[in-house]
Design a protein around this ligand. Sequence first.
Ligand SMILES: CC(=O)SCCNC(=O)CCNC(=O)[C@H](O)C(C)(C)COP(=O)(O)OP(=O)(O)OC[C@H]1O[C@@H](n2cnc3c(N)ncnc32)[C@H](O)[C@@H]1OP(=O)(O)O
Ligand SMILES: O=C([O-])CC(=O)C(=O)O
Length: 373
Amino acid sequence: MSTPSKGLADVVAASTALSDIDGARGLLSYRGYDIHDLAGRISFEECVHLLHYGSLPDLAALTAMEDGLAEGRALGGLVTGALDDVARSQTPMEALRTLVSLSSADDPDAGSNERAADLRKAARLTGRQPVLVACYHAARRGATVPDPDPALGVAGTFLLQLTGRHPPRRDVEIFDECLVLHADHTMNASTFAARVCAATLSDMHSAIVAAIGTLKGPLHGGANEQVMRMLETIGSADEAPPAVRARLDAGQKIPGFGHRVYKTEDPRATHLRHLAQELADRTGDDRWWTVSRRVEEAVFAAKGLFPNVDFYAASVYRLLGIPTDLFTAVFSMSRMSGWTAHVIEQHADNRLIRPDSEYVGEHDRTWVPLEQR
Ligand SMILES: CC(=O)SCCNC(=O)CCNC(=O)[C@H](O)C(C)(C)COP(=O)(O)OP(=O)(O)OC[C@H]1O[C@@H](n2cnc3c(N)ncnc32)[C@H](O)[C@@H]1OP(=O)(O)O
Ligand SMILES: O=C([O-])CC(=O)C(=O)O
């Protein structure tokens, strides 16, 4: 028996044609396209098509993809009936876990793991997630969600439905780019959870519920919310270095820094840093930008760590008007495209995922009857 790799570090757990990372060189590609070529150039809808079908769509395929996504927007009675109670009693990621689970009940392809059914479910789940986030936010405020504007895609519709206002065009473009940047990332923890579930030949909704529960944790997707909570405690750029030092001296991690795979700059952080600066310049609200830059310098000086995807995403989301406690839910809207693509891939070439464990407990113990213990 070989010794375990703690946290399965460096273990190759699956084959995938979806995304690839070179952690030493800071490279990420989706289906063979460098993320630097895709970010800011393709819409989220094109990205979903790329992940689900393997190619960038032509106009007809894009329209079909948009139709598939739109099918998911009509929430069934179970979901709408539960919305108020869920919004009152559950945090955003708990709510999504519940609402996605309820969504399986009225899915027209429930019960089938066939590729065609999986593709339809994948589009509906990806189209539905932004609506669930917007409806959750509206329900907890006692507000209603505006109807979608057919002129807006997934990114613009979400900002409209979340804020109740038509978003500026550039905000839509920036948010669309964020969705593309977060869509897939090889065998990250939530994707792995989804694949483990799918590999038992369980259904796509079950796999996605596992993924949502896994993304929620602060070492994974939950870090973007923690980044903003940290930035809020740092009043000015000059306070950043001592604040970083104090956290590290207390043995705490700095949210938004470090990565299992990247040993250099995360290529997505490069884009998100630019977007955070652009929004700071345009809005005149540069607090998050100036504090973030000094945090980045301080963390690099102290630990040699680079920001990951979550660090600058936090400032971008804040300046787009997204409430802090929805940041991880917003991440899930994008990663849904990758999770569902991985479930399709797993179902298409399946073997049960069942690793071994190293037993470190006691041996040869003698049973004693209850009354003698
Ligand atoms: C979308 C995403 O999931 S991206 C990641 C989001 N998560 C975060 O931002 C949370 C903060 N970061 C972390 O906790 C880690 O860097 C992880 C979880 C992302 C990667 O974890 P691992 O690969 O297991 O690395 P591990 O946690 O063992 O860290 C290795 C060393 O770097 C240190 N380190 C890693 N990240 C950080 C950090 N953010 N702040 C301070 N120290 C850190 C660890 O303390 C450890 O130091 P040691 O060897 O002296 O004990
Ligand atoms: O890949 C990982 O370990 C974490 C993740 O999901 C990402 O960075 O997008």
